[in-house]
Design a protein around this ligand. Structure first.
Ligand code: HEC
Length: 140
């Protein structure tokens, strides 16, 4: 067999299709190893939208953190500064669930568990995902 035959054979391969497939495999591999500080894969855009509603609704979060989460009695949640932990999703979930009593408060203000609201685990995750998301937007 000579090289010329091989070249002709290669031109029959559907190039774009193979490149697409390779891209897909790479993307899948990357998704399997997310950086440490990300939202869980189960959190979708709909989860975050639901979290936003909870923040301004039954979660009562807006009463202390403001409608746009930029703070009031409670701290600004949209900046990169965290009073508690480093702002990972799991840390936010834990803090929102427990709130901060006086002993744990950094500002002297307390946050009641879940802001005083009664949230299901799913609602807690949704509102935490919303907080995580707004805290990652570049400050304006
Ligand atoms: C009664 C007022 C109040 C309500 C309601 C409230 N918070 Fe807070 N929140 C605070 C205060 C005050 C702090 C800061 C406590 C401290 O000084 O340690 C805080 C802290 C936090 C933090 C940690 C911020 C950081 O920098 O580490 C998060 C996240 C948070 N709140 C989310 C929520 C969410 C989500 C809700 C709604 C479910 C909510 N809060 C409802 C008062 C409130």
């Amino acid at each position: 067999m000579d090289a010329g035959t091989d070249d002709r054979f290669l031109t029959w391969l559907p190039g774009p299709m193979w490149r697409g497939l390779a891209g897909l495999i790479l993307a899948t591999t990357a998704a399997a190893q997310p950086p440490a500080d990300t939202l869980p894969a189960s959190v979708t855009k709909a989860t975050i939208a639901e979290g936003k509603k909870i923040f301004g609704g039954i979660g009562l979060c807006l009463a202390c953190h403001g409608t746009d989460a930029k703070g009031g009695l409670g701290p600004d949640l949209t900046d990169a500064k965290w009073l508690h932990g480093s702002g990972t999703f799991l840390e936010i979930v834990a803090l929102v669930k427990s709130g901060t009593d006086l002993a744990n408060s950094k500002t002297g203000q307390i946050m009641p568990p879940m802001g005083g609201a009664s949230l299901s685990d799913e609602q807690l995750r949704a509102v935490s995902a919303y907080v995580w998301t707004v805290s990652r937007k570049p400050a304006k």
